[in-house]
Design a protein around this ligand. Structure first.
Ligand code: ZN
Ligand code: ZN
Ligand code: ZN
Length: 389
């Protein structure tokens, strides 16, 4: 296995720009402040990767430029908080609360200094904190900060794209290693463990998921790797990912271990369906460019699969945005008319599933470039007929 590779860094000054943009968007959205607890929004705005504790950690982002942005942390978390790029850069004031203090009252005071009124909270804020904040800010209206921050986070900057690319390439190397190793006679769960180990060895902080669906299990898109033993002459849907430098990887390839035996090769039905899937995935990817509605990428893949008679066998959306979260905006799904913009990053992952018999899916992460798709994954999309013994 290769040595751990460091993730590209987001430059410190980028957090100053993000905070300024967040203040503007907060004012434009008619909110007085954002109250951001632990989660991807906090990481996006400050670079602080806080532990999710029962103790409150919260960033208060006032819309007004003359009120400072403040990060409130429990006293015992002050050291890691000091190392966050936005604190080091002096873009955010750091405040601590003592073990016997009332941090919700502290946040309420800061929110009042910002004008209270309507405040935005992050979607991943736990209810226990939200309820106490609501009690402390009785007159305020609480809305989702996603209406403000979602607009910012949906477009990735250059460094975010390069981090996503590093994550994608790491996942590609894991796929290639799995495809060239032994598969036949191993339990799906054993292969999934190897996937997780390899993702971490390739620099991932976490290996969030390792779907290994063999034979009939391949027909369940979110199959959990089981103790089922992989056999020659059946497909494997391998869908793996995690985070590297905080940004997600997520790729799917379809393998076919044949044990070197001619009678274990895929039959005409499977080959024919795979050809349809391959064309659908390629056409959907090629359709990516600024201005194209998100739903049109879904429709492009679906039309090809429908025309081949597999419409009912493709029953999930074509893709999801990816960034600090594994699934985020934009979603490539019928009804989402949002036009793609340069810098949006998402999966293109059509699949065809014959219930209880077989399944196949291909998934790449694609960034919308200035005049076409920028493919982050680069491992072979063809049906991987491998020996596997
Ligand atoms: Zn999924
Ligand atoms: Zn996936
Ligand atoms: Zn995905």
């Amino acid at each position: 296995m290769t040595a751990i590779r460091a993730a590209p860094d987001i430059p410190q000054a980028r957090f100053r720009d993000r905070l300024a943009a967040a203040r503007d968007a907060t004012a434009d959205g008619g909110l007085s402040a954002l109250l951001i607890g632990v989660g991807p929004d906090l990481r996006y705005l400050t670079g602080y990767v806080a532990m999710p504790l029962e103790r409150l950690t919260m960033l208060v982002v006032p819309a007004a430029d003359n009120v400072p942005v403040t990060l409130i942390v429990p006293r015992l978390e002050v050291d890691p908080a000091r190392r966050a790029p936005a604190i080091r850069g002096g873009y955010v004031d750091l405040a601590t609360w003592e073990e016997t203090g009332d941090p919700h009252a502290d946040v309420a005071a800061l929110a009042r200094a910002a004008g209270a009124g309507r405040v935005g909270v992050n979607d991943t804020l736990v209810a226990s904190h939200l309820l106490r904040l609501q009690a402390s800010l009785g007159d305020s209206e609480f809305v989702s900060a996603a209406t403000v921050l979602g607009r910012l986070r949906i477009v990735k900057d250059r460094d975010e794209v390069e981090t996503l690319r590093a994550a994608a390439h790491a996942a590609d190397r894991v796929v290639d290693a799995i495809a060239s190793g032994r598969l036949i006679g191993r339990a799906e769960a054993d292969v999934a463990r190897e996937v997780r180990d390899r993702l971490v060895a390739e620099g991932h902080e976490t290996a969030a998921f390792a779907i290994v669906g063999s034979g009939p299990n391949a027909s369940s898109p979110h199959h959990e790797a089981s103790e089922r033993e992989i056999r020659a002459g059946e497909p494997i849907v391998l869908d793996i990912g995690g985070t590297l430098g905080g940004y997600g990887s997520d790729t799917t390839r379809t393998l076919w271990p044949n044990g070197g035996a001619a009678d274990a090769e895929p039959g005409d039905e499977f080959r024919g369906a795979f050809d349809v899937l391959r064309r659908a995935q390629a056409a959907a990817t090629a359709a990516v460019r600024p201005g194209v509605p998100a739903e049109e990428i879904d429709a492009t893949a679906r039309q090809i699969i429908d025309a081949a008679g597999f419409g009912p066998n493709f029953f999930h959306r074509t893709g999801h945005g990816i960034g600090l979260e594994e699934h985020e905006d934009p979603y490539l799904v019928a009804g989402n008319r949002e036009p793609l913009r340069e810098g949006m990053a998402f999966s293109v992952e059509p699949g065809i599933y014959a219930e209880g018999r077989w399944g196949m899916r291909l998934e790449d992460i694609v960034v919308c470039g200035p005049d076409g798709p920028d493919l982050l994954n680069r491992s072979d999309l063809d049906l991987r007929e491998v020996d596997g013994s």
